[in-house]
Design a protein around this ligand. Structure first.
Ligand SMILES: Cc1cc2nc3c(=O)[nH]c(=O)nc-3n(C[C@H](O)[C@H](O)[C@H](O)COP(=O)(O)OP(=O)(O)OC[C@H]3O[C@@H](n4cnc5c(N)ncnc54)[C@H](O)[C@@H]3O)c2cc1C
Length: 505
């Protein structure tokens, strides 16, 4: 293992994995330092899964430019990386004149931003497209380019492609300090020090803390919680577009400290689930993953207004995510305090005055949509800084893993003849085989936890939520990794599933 690199990326979420993929495109020796045991365990594991068009953001900003460009290229990106993508389109609906104003603003904004395929629709056309929406809709904004992708599938694909092109991933490597001398950075981690010519700070909710290891505070992150429901595939078909409903009285709903209402979003995912959320509640612990009743009460109210007969009996899971809201900070009374409003544009910083230290601080929605664009931005900046050229050996293609449930029976039969483990079904809800789980463990970077298997194969993500297959998944993980079943965790951080074991008695 090297200890000297051209680029060290801190954080293996969507931004870090795409940054690594784009850096190796220029032949730069790249290492990704991740404090957890796997990729995609932070914000990137829990978002709304929407590929945005660029209607929602102000014209002329880097966020808008990246979003519009990213959306146009998303089919190609997903084809290249073997990732499932559904361009299902979206309807933003309104029930009153306040909401209509918001829709018109977004429509005009979309036109200015060069978004294609957007139209204002009346109630009749809206109900034709989505018959289950509540009555009383005044209008909707249709965006045919909106899509949906599984964030963890996208992240795994980017990481695998980066690794296949030479990026090194170091897990259980929490960055605890950064120093600079003679134009080179030394990064201290819990798995040893490394030296690097550049640092790309993609540490999500902790990106401000990484930057402050070397520079004075200027921007800090303040979290807000988003709670979600997931409905089983039995509810598939209830909606077929992404549905947005924003609060019609924006002024009342925008008080940062109180949290409150961001409206309701429903997403028909590529796996046939319906994602419902997110709330927008106050939060103070950046490491918390807890869902809270107040968030769900808000969602329930919104559901009753927007989709009153949503089949909630098919709810199989709830989860939460934290938004990393960036604010400028200033010194006051011996400490740094928030000043002004939350920064809405992407905050990309070069605190040392050159791109050798680049921070992505507080990249919120549409950060997943723009992950490749942000990675490319970092790589182009560094390539220009180092005078690096694109490496002709870079291969952007990553083959999709075998997904038995998606194959016709004849193909399954042929595959099972060469690899019988593809015929042993482990997850009955999703039809995931032992062979797919073994592939996920052997992929680079590979799964080491039950949730790592779920992110890569879907096993444990169906109606029983792992009730039937987790035990078998643990056995396979332990066998392939050469450890005891008791050593396997659900999701790292001490989340052991089995305790005790056999006694001599
Ligand atoms: C509620 C919500 C909904 C969203 N919905 C959408 C959407 O529908 N569409 C869209 O385009 N975008 C969406 N986004 C935005 C998108 O999810 C994020 O922009 C993106 O996931 C950010 O990824 P990241 O890599 O910056 O952060 P993360 O995924 O959090 O990755 C950061 C990584 O850094 C690691 N790390 C932290 N500190 C250290 C350290 N000291 N040393 C080493 N590693 C460290 C963490 O463990 C983590 O793995 C949403 C965001 C939220 C919060």
């Amino acid at each position: 293992m090297r200890t000297e690199y051209d680029a060290a990326v801190i954080g293996a979420g969507l931004l870090g994995c795409f940054a690594a993929r784009e850096l190796v495109r220029y032949g730069l020796h790249t290492v990704v330092l991740e404090e957890r045991e796997d990729i995609c365990t932070g914000i990137s594991r829990a978002n709304s899964a929407i590929v945005y068009t660029g209607c929602d953001t102000k014209p002329g900003t880097i966020k808008t430019e990246m979003c519009v460009r990213a959306n146009r290229g998303f089919d190609d990106l997903c084809r290249e990386l073997g990732v499932r993508f559904s361009r299902c389109g979206s309807l933003m609906i309104c029930f009153g004149s306040g909401g209509l104003e918001v829709l018109k603003k977004k429509y005009d904004q979309g036109l200015k931003n060069g978004v294609q395929g957007i139209r204002m629709l009346g109630p009749e056309e809206t109900y034709e497209m989505e018959p289950h929406l509540a009555s009383g809709i005044m209008a909707s904004l249709y965006a045919e380019g909106t899509g949906t992708v599984l964030p963890w599938e996208l992240c795994c694909a980017a990481a695998e492609n980066a690794a296949a092109n030479g990026a090194e991933f170091r897990f259980d490597s929490r960055v605890t300090g950064v120093t600079r001398s003679a134009g080179e950075y030394t990064i201290r981690t819990t798995s040893g020090d490394i030296r690097t010519r550049s640092v790309i700070d993609c540490a999500g909710l902790f990106a401000d803390e990484i930057q402050e290891m070397l520079f004075e505070p200027t921007v800090r992150l303040f979290p807000k919680r988003g709670d979600y429901y997931v409905l089983d595939t039995k509810a598939q078909g209830y909606i077929s577009h992404v549905i947005f409903h924003e609060p019609e009285d924006k002024k009342k709903s925008d008080e940062f400290d109180k949290g409150g209402d961001k409206g309701l979003t429903l997403v028909p995912t590529v796996e046939g689930n319906i994602l419902v959320g997110p709330s927008n509640m106050p939060a103070d612990d950046k490491r918390s993953r807890a869902t809270e009743r107040d968030g769900f009460e808000l969602l329930d109210r919104r559901i009753s207004e927007v989709v009153p007969d949503l089949p909630m009996r098919h709810m199989i899971r709830s989860f939460s995510s934290l938004r990393p809201n960036p604010f400028n900070v200033e010194l006051s009374g011996g400490g740094y305090v928030r000043s002004g409003k939350s920064i809405s544009n992407f905050t990309i910083m070069e605190p040392g005055g050159d791109p050798s230290f680049l921070s992505f601080i507080g990249i919120k929605t549409p950060g997943m949509t723009c992950a490749q664009q942000l990675g490319r931005y970092a790589a182009e900046k560094l390539a220009a800084y180092f005078g690096a050229e694109e490496d002709p050996r870079f291969d952007p293609v990553r083959s999709a893993p075998v997904r038995m449930a998606d194959l016709p029976l004849s193909e399954r039969d042929a595959i099972i003849k060469t690899r019988p483990d593809y015929g042993r079904i482990v997850c009955r809800c999703r039809g995931v085989s032992e062979g797919e789980i073994i592939d996920a463990i052997k992929s680079v970077p590979g799964a080491v936890t039950a949730d790592g298997i779920k992110r890569r194969t879907g096993a444990g993500g169906g109606r029983c939520q792992g009730g039937f297959c987790t035990q078998k998944t643990i056995e396979i993980l332990a066998r392939e990794l050469g450890c005891r079943p008791e050593d396997i965790t659900k999701d790292g951080c001490g989340s052991y599933i089995l305790t005790g074991g056999e006694t001599d008695a």
